[in-house]
Design a binder for this molecule. Structure first.
Ligand code: EPZ
Length: 418
């Protein structure tokens, strides 16, 4: 087992470069199943989730080759399987994209119900509603989703909830469906736009991604091409919050500042300085952190995936802050770990009431999920003494070279085998 040992107190200073977006690439890689030629994908983050989804594609018969650490080539021309059993998909939630992609490719998919981070109920009813509207018959049997149709036909689909996964999955299934599919009340996250841009670069006709209404005009085939994944909004936000928490001064490079507006605004409200450049943001702090209220919402709202990191920041800010989780039913499980470090937080359902304290104190904690793990690292960076974090598999799923990037900024953090 591996652990992170962090000795807190060092101010983060210097420059860090953000990697490609996890939540875009875990959809773009399965989307390659729809492409007849070779796809070259650049700016692929070197993270566990990518290895897992590449492995799934390879098991389906795709040829995936690393050109270098962050560039892959995928050739799905020989894929002849449309089944993804539990053993294959259990490691990650995003394996549900195989449903849309395999449907688009074969009009048929058999995919086990996916795994992933535990935030309470994680239904996929909107994915299924979308597929059914496209003429697909969907049945659940012994934990496997069986989806099939003679022919995918375009439809107008109104999403009852704003869902990243359902919006992308329906987009994947509709790309080659005859006619014009319209998704209303679509999610607008940067990774939705990125998947649409990837599909368009391969020959699809998707318009309106990034707005509430996405129109997909079915095309006969997608040919190959080269595509570069956007920078990771959540990784960038994590470093912004870490810089603010440590009281340092960090230039965060390779970002799209527009994607970070909700985070920038909240940090400024908390007395943190943020300066935007074309493709970088500088975050620094000279004064005390002050309280703020945060409500997580679908994009362009404050991202739920940065809720654990911002709670850490608020836990050392002067005054009482209220954080409302507006996306997931149960995303405050990690708060118990933070309380063991001295944080004064009361959780009631989807609301956390945080009384700021002067300093957290280091102790052994665990990463309960990916973003909670990142939050524990930030807590360790600012805590008195040494923080020991276990269950690193969660962090490794989604952050490329996390410790190395932090060490370069001056953090005292090391990974040890125990
Ligand atoms: C994506 O999950 C992200 N994962 C999550 O990031 C992120 O927290 C989430 O979007 C919200 O931004 C990936 O992109 C791989 P949703 P997803 O469908 O697509 C409800 C991370 O840390 N809902 O947008 O699974 C659902 O219960 C991960 O990187 C339905 O009711 O999220 C939730 O309350 C964790 N029915 C809300 O919608 C459905 O059919 C948003 O879920 C689908 C969702």
């Amino acid at each position: 087992m591996e652990k992170l040992l962090i000795t807190g107190g060092n101010k983060l200073t210097g420059e860090v470069t953000i990697s490609g977006a996890k939540n875009a690439v875990v959809a773009i890689i399965p989307a390659a199943l729809l492409v007849e030629g070779v796809c070259r994908i650049e700016n692929v983050p070197d993270i566990k989730d990518v290895t897992v989804i590449i492995d799934m594609l390879a098991q389906l018969g795709a040829r995936v080759e690393y050109i270098n650490k962050n560039t892959i080539e995928i050739d799905c021309s020989k894929v002849d399987r449309y089944t993804a059993p539990y053993e294959m998909v259990k490691k990650m939630r995003a394996s549900y994209y195989l449903l849309g992609a395999l449907l688009g490719r074969f009009n048929k998919a058999e995919v086990a119900f996916p795994g992933g981070c535990d935030f309470g109920v994680r239904p996929i009813d909107q994915h299924i509603k979308g597929f059914e509207a496209l003429g697909v018959k969907v049945e659940m049997d012994h934990g496997i989703i069986h989806a099939s149709t003679g022919k995918l036909t375009a439809a107008q689909i109104y999403m009852d909830v704003v869902s990243v996964g359902a919006t992308i999955n329906v987009m994947l299934a509709a790309v080659k469906a005859e006619g014009v599919t319209i998704i209303e009340n679509a999610a607008k996250e940067p990774h939705i736009v990125d998947v649409a841009n990837f599909l368009n670069a391969m020959g699809a006709n998707v318009k309106g991604a990034g707005t509430d209404v996405i129109k997909i005009k079915g095309v006969k085939k997608l040919t190959g091409g080269t595509y570069s994944v956007i920078p990771d909004q959540i990784e960038a936000g994590t470093f912004m919050i870490a810089a603010a928490a440590s009281g340092g001064d960090v230039l965060i490079k390779n970002v799209i500042p527009k994607h970070l507006e909700s985070i920038t605004a909240k940090l400024i409200e908390m007395n943190v300085s943020v300066e935007e450049y074309d493709d970088a943001v500088r975050v620094w702090r000279t004064g005390k952190l002050t309280k703020a209220n945060v409500k997580t919402l679908p994009y362009p709202g404050f991202p739920t995936d940065l809720q654990p990191p911002i709670v850490v920041l608020l836990s050392i800010a002067e005054g009482t802050s209220i954080v409302t989780e507006g996306v997931w039913d149960s995303r405050f499980q990690y708060v118990d770990e933070l309380k063991r470090m001295g944080a004064n937080i009361k959780v009631e359902g989807r609301i956390a009431i945080i009384e700021g304290i002067q300093r957290l104190s280091g102790c052994p904690v665990k990463a309960t999920d990916l973003r909670a793990g990142a939050a524990m690292v930030i807590a360790g960076l600012v805590a008195d003494g040494t923080t020991e974090i276990c269950d690193l598999k969660h962090i490794d799923r989604g952050y490329e070279n996390f410790e190395a990037k932090l060490v370069k900024l001056g953090a005292n953090i090391k990974r040890v085998k125990v």
